[in-house]
Design a protein around this ligand. Structure first.
Ligand SMILES: Cc1ncc(COP(=O)(O)O)c(C=O)c1O
Length: 448
């Protein structure tokens, strides 16, 4: 029967041919290890590329990497956003490069410590930290001898901590002093709002008035008060938005008579090679060179500034992952072809609610295309990775590869009727399975 349904146009996601070749080769190599599907394939190499690209733009604008920077130039430092891709070998790979990590929960802080990050290279962000950071400390301090206390608190000395509210600051200030934290304040600038309800502010940080009070209090308290911070949201669409937020933060610092050593502009650089569900690109108005140039100009607003801090998650790691699923069954009804796969949106790629990604097939299938829906295995009509034209010759047993799954896929994985997927890791030393597919025993043994 001829389809009465309109097939969307085929999108060009803009990947370089070498990128596609890279993933095709890597998926074939990964499949030769016979991992169970679905699995995530995560590679460090695209992360290294993204970082070099950002470094080159910042260097060209006169900034100097903080690692080994002994010059008088303003430095910059990348903090790996742990929540974006909490994958142990990635943390190890990043730690080996002596870079910093940004954490927002007790689990993330403990993961960073477990993977060997020095406290000086850990930045603690996020709301209501006094309910866990103080708790970690209180339990660590409950030992009976001073020696034991010092041993146990040592991992939390010299952390960088960005305070998020007046209550949090009041509760944590004594610890900040005792443990020599590098303190910062997150500021809710006028540029920060809920992207789905623009009239609402986010729940993060100090309002400008609260920030002035907090900055004065921290200076009086004689702690290591060094950082002002904001994080606007994800996929910030233009350089000008960052520029306005930085100008507002500079104004707040002036009002508080505070000269920050570090300006932490959070993450939010817009993702590439991914489209909205409506087919729009996210980074249309964004240029890295213009971004770096804006930063160069904006840095002049902060006399005494030593380092620019960046916490980009999505921009850095989106291109470093792929989700590989296997077609289990094929149906055809009311003019649409349906591929039932062993992984999909509900389990592995909630991002497909908002985003369209390029899909490859292994083996490659050519020939006439037809409107096809790629479904996961769960009992929800919601479970659809994509509704696009695909080759009619795709069949059960073929693999589909959902590219650009390196950010916010693994942390948003679900266990809806099934267990967690396997993870295959790739770096300079090769490929290896780093997480098994979740077993039934593991899935069920959590219950008492
Ligand atoms: C404080 C903070 N920094 C950095 C990030 C990373 O954001 P993105 O992935 O948009 O770069 C987030 C994400 O939620 C965040 O909350």
């Amino acid at each position: 029967m001829k389809s009465a349904l309109k097939s969307p146009a085929k999108l060009d996601f803009g990947h370089a041919p070498e990128t596609i070749q890279f993933w095709k080769r890597l998926v074939r190599e990964a499949l030769s290890l016979s991992p169970p599907t679905p699995f995530y394939l995560v590679s460090a190499l695209p992360i290294a590329e993204r970082i070099s690209e950002l470094d080159a733009a910042l260097n060209a604008a006169g900034f100097k990497s903080a690692i080994g920077n002994r010059q008088s130039k303003i430095g910059f430092k990348h903090w790996l956003s742990c929540k974006t891709q909490p994958v142990a070998p990635l943390l190890r790979w990043w730690c080996e490069r002596d870079q910093g990590i940004e954490v927002v929960s007790e689990f993330e802080l403990r993961a960073a410590l477990a993977e060997g990050f020095a406290p000086e290279n850990i930045l603690v962000n996020g709301p209501a930290k006094h309910h866990w950071l103080a708790g970690v400390q209180a339990s660590a301090c409950s030992g009976n001898t001073l020696k034991r206390e010092l041993q146990r608190t040592a991992p939390l000395r010299n952390l960088s901590v960005n305070f998020d509210s007046p209550a949090e600051l009041a509760a944590l200030l004594p610890l900040a002093k005792k443990l020599n934290w590098r303190c910062g304040v997150r500021i809710l600038t006028g540029e920060e709002f809920d992207p789905e309800n623009l009239q609402f502010p986010t729940q993060f940080g100090f309002t400008p008035d609260e920030a002035v009070t907090a900055l004065k209090k921290l200076q009086r308290a004689k702690v290591r008060m060094e950082t002002v911070h904001f994080h606007l949201r994800t996929n910030v669409s233009s350089v000008a938005i960052y520029g306005r937020a930085i100008a507002e933060v500079a104004e707040i610092c002036r009002a508080a008579k505070f000269s920050p050593r570090h300006l932490d502009i959070g993450g939010g650089l817009p993702v590439r090679q991914v489209r909205t569900r409506g087919g729009k690109i996210f980074d249309g108005e964004f240029g890295l060179r213009a971004f770096a140039e804006m930063l160069r100009q904006s840095a002049k607003l902060f006399p005494g500034l030593r380092e620019l801090w960046l916490e980009n998650g999505r921009w850095v790691s989106t291109g470093s992952g792929a989700l590989v699923v296997k077609i289990l069954d094929v149906k055809e009804r009311r003019g649409v072809r349906q591929l039932i796969c062993d992984g999909g949106r509900t389990l592995n790629a909630l991002m497909s609610l908002w985003e369209q990604h390029k899909i490859l097939s292994v083996p490659e299938r050519s020939g006439a295309e037809t409107l096809t829906v790629v479904h996961g295995p769960t009992c929800m009509a919601f479970d659809q990775l994509a509704r696009i034209p695909l080759s009619r010759t795709l069949r059960a047993g073929d693999h589909l590869v959902w590219l650009d799954a390196g950010a916010y896929h693994i942390p948003w994985e679900t266990r809806f009727s099934h267990g967690h997927a396997a993870v295959v890791w790739h770096e300079e030393r090769g490929l290896r399975l780093v997480r098994e597919q979740q077993s039934f025993e593991n899935f069920w043994s959590q219950w008492r």
